[in-house]
Structures are given as C-alpha cells and as structure tokens.
Design a protein around this ligand. Structure first.
Ligand code: SF4
Length: 424
C-alpha cells in the first residue's frame, strides 16, 4: 500500500510518525497532509534513508545537487561532494550526472549517503542516445521509460520528470521569444526531440504509463521545470506559466493515482515577482509541495550566485515554498568543487531558516542567540550557530585582549560597557 493509500485509509505509518516528531506537529497533521497532497515523504522500497517530510507546515528543506559533466568525470570527487553536502546539512541530494557511466556513478553516490536521492532520468536516456546514435534527438521513447524504472530500482527516492513540455508549451516559447534562451538541460533536450521528430513529449502523452512506473517503485514524482527563466527579464513568461498549468493538472492526476508529487518552480525571478510566483504555484497546484529552483534574483553576480539564490530562496520560503534547490558560487561558470557544494548548502540553509522565521514563526534559536550575545556567552553562541566550527575558528584566529569581548570593538565593547551599569 502506498503512503497516500495508507494516509487516505487513516493509517499512520512509521514514516509519518518520524516526520511528526522531527517537525513538532501531530501525526494526524502529517497523515492529513499526505492524504491531501500537501506533504510528501520520499521513500524507496529498495533503500532505507533518513526520513524527510516536505510540504505545508513543515520546515523548508534544502536539496544539494551533485553529478559529473561531459568535461569532468571524477567519481571520487562526486562521492566527496555527496559527503560535503550531507555534512553541511542538506536534507536531500540530487544526482544529476551527464558524463561517464551513469549507473556506476549513481551507485557510488547512493552508497555514500543516508539522504533521499533524486534524479532526472531523461538525462541518461538522451545522452546515451547521443553516444550511440550521434544526437540527443535520436532518443527512443521506450528507453526513457526503461531507464526511469532502472533508476528507481537503484533506490532513487524522487525524480524530476519533464512532463509539462508539450506542443502548447513549445508554442508559447516560440511566440514570446526569450532574452536568456532556454537553460534547462531537460527542457532543451525534450524541446529539440519534439521539434526534430515532430512528436509529442512521451512523458506527457504516456503520462499514465509513467505513473504506473512511479507507483510500482514508490518514487515521488517531481514535475520538472524545463521552461524556467534563465534570465530575470524572462521571469513569469508565457512558456513558464503554460508549463505550470500542464504540470498542475498532471500533479492532480498523479495524486489521485496514489503517487506522491512535488511541483518544481523557476528559476531566475526579480524580487518583486517572487511572491506572485509562489501564490500562482500554490493556487494552481492545489497546494502541492513547491520545489523552488533558486530563485536567482539578479543575473550579474557570477561567482556569488549562492548568495543571489539565498536572497530569492529566503523570500520564496517566507511566502510558502517548501523545498529549495541550492545554488553554488560556481553556478553559470563551472562544475562545483566539494568546497563550493558545502558553501552552497550553507547559503541555502540560512535562506531556508530566514524563510521559516516568517512562514512558521520559528524564532526560538534567534531569541536564544540574542540573549547569548547580550550576555557575552561565547560557548552558547557557538552551540547555537548554524556552523559552530566556522564561528569558533574565526573568533579563535583573532584572540581578543579581553576574553569577554571580541577584536571588533576591543576595549570599547558596547555590550560590556552597558552591562556594567544595568542588567536587561
Ligand atoms: S566587542 Fe563589539 S562586536 Fe564584539 S561582542 Fe563586544 S559589542 Fe559585540
């Protein structure tokens, strides 16, 4: 029985109990959220994972993506990135390799993490077609579904699948044009395949077959965002919204069939359009879990895009996004290093927390930190810090003359001066 079937029949499973404990909500809140399609718990019958709930009323979760490219295939480095992502506190991992032996890499990543792992099966299907037959447009439809099932059997918990690109979506893309082109690899592969073969996207036309595979292997479907804007000037355009409409309808069908479903969202969005995107997404999908990619709120800070995305992610999380995909400092420039993966996860965790301070009113730790700072209680500050080791290292590298203060103000520590005269 699937999690949705259990939830609908009133059964509280062990996974629901774990999420309820983690989030400080009732077990029935989780059960009702799953039954209604507002919460998912990505699981797999092939692998035990650290259970993680995603959706309405829960802490915003952070995904880190790893994986090779056609230029850099280094499995030990991908394993190191996997470890770094988990060490930095990522909630889930996506394995998005586009170079090397796909199965070997995925097995190595899965063997080295306890997190739920996601994938994009069409990458493998299109790239294997390019290797074998010379171009991605020669991908065979059966291979797409075969590879989806194979990846599920390896223990993949959720899959981003580009279901919302159909002829209507492609027409909107062509009619409106774009400043930043089409930046989703999945979106580009599928659009090129449709145009070359003059055929509908099989992930859309054979959606029921796709659902059978998802259901058989208990994979959570994440409807892919192939039309997301890759430039802030393209945000919220017709192609993006058309794809969202299609994905919203398909997400309802998936949920009705007992398949857990997340809906992905854009992309590059200026700050004044972030709230509208969250409202649109939540409204159209009947409050399905919203997986926000970024969003990047400006295009002109390459080298710092983890921070650019963190600004957008904090806003989207505050407005209601449930799950955010990290961005590393090397976004738009190169495949990230393990250290950049760590930085990207930390930036996204900060953003998720900032959002949760608004969305869930989670401010207890901030209150405690305020008190610890006021009291110059350095050990407590380190304990409460999101990255205690980093906070401790910075302070220890610049030892103050007065052990109570720090080298910022030294003898003129504002807190120490006032604390001598009265206690707060
Ligand atoms: S020295 Fe300045 S920055 Fe450091 S703890 Fe005191 S008031 Fe804060």
């Amino acid at each position: 029985m699937s999690l949705i079937d259990s939830a609908r029949s009133g059964t509280i499973t062990e996974e629901m109990r774990i999420v309820a404990r983690q989030e400080g909500v009732t077990e029935d809140f989780i059960r009702r959220g799953i039954a209604g399609g507002h919460i998912v718990i990505p699981i797999s019958p092939y692998r035990d994972v650290k259970i993680c709930g995603i959706g309405e009323g829960l802490r915003t979760k952070v995904n880190a993506s790893v994986g090779t490219s056609s230029d850099i295939v280094d499995i030990p480095m991908e394993v190191e990135k996997t470890r770094m992502a988990e060490k930095a506190g990522a909630d889930t991992l996506m394995e998005l390799s586009t170079g090397g032996d796909f199965t070997e890499i995925r097995k190595a990543v899965i063997a080295n993490t306890s997190l739920s792992v996601g994938s994009v099966p069409l990458y493998q299907a299109f790239i294997e077609a390019a290797r074998k037959d010379g171009a991605v447009v020669h991908m065979r439809e059966d291979d797409l579904f075969r590879i989806t099932a194979e990846q599920a059997r390896l223990g993949t918990n959720f899959m981003a699948i580009h279901t919302g690109i159909n002829w209507e979506t492609v027409k909107r893309l062509r009619n409106q044009g774009r400043h930043g082109g089409l930046v989703s690899r999945g979106g580009a592969f599928m659009t090129a395949w449709m145009l070359h073969n003059d055929k509908e996207n099989p992930l859309y036309s054979e959606f029921d077959y796709l659902l059978e595979i998802m259901k058989e292997h208990e994979v959570t479907l994440s409807t892919g965002n192939g039309m997301r804007a890759g430039a802030v000037h393209d945000a919220t355009d017709r192609a993006q919204i058309q794809e969202l409409i299609i994905n919203s309808e398909l997400a309802d069908r998936a949920h009705a069939e007992g398949v857990q479903v997340i809906v992905e969202g854009p992309g590059h969005i200026p700050i004044d359009e972030v709230e509208a995107n969250v409202i649109l997404q939540k409204r159209m999908t009947n409050r399905k879990p919203f997986y926000m990619l970024g969003p990047l709120v400006t295009d002109i800070a390459p080298g710092y895009d983890d921070r650019v995305a963190a600004i957008g992610a904090s806003l989207s999380s505050a407005y209601g996004a449930d799950f955010i995909c990290y961005v590393t400092p090397s976004e738009h420039l190169a495949l990230p290093t393990p250290e950049e993966v760590y930085e990207g996860v930390m930036s996204s965790r900060i953003a998720a927390h900032v959002g949760d301070m608004i969305k869930l009113k989670k401010r207890d730790t901030d209150l405690e930190m305020g008190h610890a700072r006021r009291d110059l209680d350095w050990e407590r500050q380190f304990q409460l810090a999101m990255n205690p080791a980093r906070a401790r290292q910075i302070r220890n590298e610049r030892t103050p003359a007065d052990a109570d203060a720090c080298t910022m103000c030294g003898d003129y520590c504002a807190l120490k001066i006032v604390n001598r005269h009265f206690s707060f």
